[in-house]
Design a protein around this ligand. Structure first.
Ligand code: GLY
Ligand code: MN
Ligand code: MN
Length: 435
């Protein structure tokens, strides 16, 4: 769990960075209707949650450094006995202050009338335009209201700045408490992958494996997936974000499972690939060994001071050499790498930041240069080879072999720590588990 004091430290750090002339405005996501009067399960905006731990919809968080009446303001829902009977308790204004440490809290319905006085005299509004059209309009109306009073001496902010500059840089480096939650998310997800391997039998449906995965997530307190699980058998293993998950798994197929839970809003993101019948064929084995070697090289490269593309370079070299050794590519290693001959087989990046969001925030390049990895950053390393039947000039025996291996890694002072290491990934260990 993240302590309330840590949320307060984050807010203070952010206010230090933006300075006394700035103001942060963070609206929650709107709720989303699934059908008729049924809504999708609400999930707070990661930025808003990161700064407050507040989970309710219809919320706007404001940080106004040096404001005399208080710097941390929450606009949120009022207590409402009738709504609470149907939908559950709300924090209300008192709860926002007492439980979440807001200096002041007001009903969300007061926002529009109060926003002008909050913005007046501030120079920069830290707000992410373009996420919520209706809130964008509210902000523009407010700015126009203040501009209309310039002859009374009121000054409107001149700059609207994306929160990416400041908050997302903070989110990129995880605290010990965050890493503990991410470790838990990865451990639960690892058990789910082990369960999928253990339960897999030819002639099952892909969604039956998905069910085993979600079962393991939920019974361990991770009520939600960090993203829709991918369970792709045979040709579907070559579709990167396959989520249909409704085909029969055939004897002789490979099964690619990319699934991670969300634990207290932190994501895990793990991929394993295994044979439906528990035994890799010679062709599957050959491709798998290349991907595994490339993943181990990618993991080795993920250490303090390395620039982000170091992992991709290590991976690409091994994948290209491997495809060359099998005769799937022809030519000279350096030329093939230079002309990206691997691209039809490996067409994505080596990985991404991981955190509250599965594709987490934070820049990959700063001032035009690739950023160096630092302790506390968490990323995935996830190479793959996907040989779909429509790649020209490849012997049929390789068709429909799709392999990805993905782990979650924290950069440490000494090297790295693989959060998802509990799931087997050597051929011997996978075959032993499935036997
Ligand atoms: N599960 C999405 C990804 O691996 O990036
Ligand atoms: Mn990933
Ligand atoms: Mn993934």
């Amino acid at each position: 769990m993240i302590k309330m004091t840590e949320y307060a430290e984050r807010r203070n750090e952010l206010m230090q960075i933006i300075g006394p002339t700035g103001i942060v405005i963070l609206p929650s996501y709107p709720t989303a209707r699934r059908n008729s009067d049924c809504e999708y399960t609400y999930r707070p905006h990661s930025d808003l949650y990161y700064l407050s731990g507040f989970e309710e919809p219809e919320t706007v968080l404001i940080l106004a450094p040096n404001r005399a009446e208080g710097e941390f303001i929450l606009f949120n829902r009022t207590r409402d006995r009738a709504r609470e009977i149907w939908d559950g308790l709300r924090a209300g204004q008192q709860g926002a202050c007492e439980q979440y440490g807001a200096d002041e809290s007001f009903p969300i319905s007061d926002l529009e009338s109060m926003l002008p006085e909050l913005l007046e005299g501030r120079e920069e509004v830290h707000y992410a335009l373009g996420n919520d059209k209706s809130f964008d309009q509210t902000l523009i109306n407010t700015l126009n209201k203040i501009r209309g009073k310039i002859r009374s001496g009121l000054n409107a902010p001149l700059v609207i700045m994306d929160i990416t500059e400041t908050l997302h840089e903070m989110r990129l480096v995880k605290s010990p408490a965050e890493i503990a939650l991410m470790r838990k998310a990865a451990e639960i997800s690892a058990q789910a992958h082990i369960r999928a391997m253990t339960y897999c039998k030819p002639n099952m449906n892909e969604y039956q494996l998905e069910a085993e995965i979600i079962h393991e997530f939920q019974r361990n307190g991770a009520r939600h997936c960090a993203y829709s699980p991918i369970v792709g058998s045979g040709a579907n293993s070559c579709i990167l974000h396959y989520v249909t998950n409704d085909k029969i798994i055939k004897n002789g197929d490979l099964v690619l499972v990319d699934a991670g839970c969300e634990y207290q809003y932190y994501a895990a993101d793990i991929t394993r690939t295994f044979p439906a019948n528990g035994k890799f064929s010679p062709e599957q084995r050959a491709i798998y060994e290349i991907v595994l070697a490339s993943q181990l090289a990618g993991l080795h490269a993920a250490r303090m001071g390395a620039e982000f593309p170091a992992m991709q370079h290590a991976i690409v070299k091994i994948i290209t050499q491997g495809l060359l050794d099998l005769g799937i590519l022809k030519g000279h290693l350096d030329d093939l790498i230079a002309e990206e001959a691997y691209f039809p087989f490996y067409m994505h990046k080596s990985g991404h930041w991981l955190g509250l969001d599965v594709h987490d925030v934070g820049r990959y390049k700063v001032d035009g240069k690739w950023r160096q990895l630092q302790p506390g950053m968490v990323l995935t390393v996830e190479p793959g080879i996907y040989i779909s039947a429509d790649i020209p000039g490849v012997n049929e025996k390789w068709h429909n072999i799709g392999v990805r291996i993905e782990d979650d890694v924290v950069i440490t002072e000494k090297g790295n720590d693989i959060l998802s290491k509990d799931v087997p990934k050597s051929i011997a260990d996978i075959e032993a588990l499935m036997a």
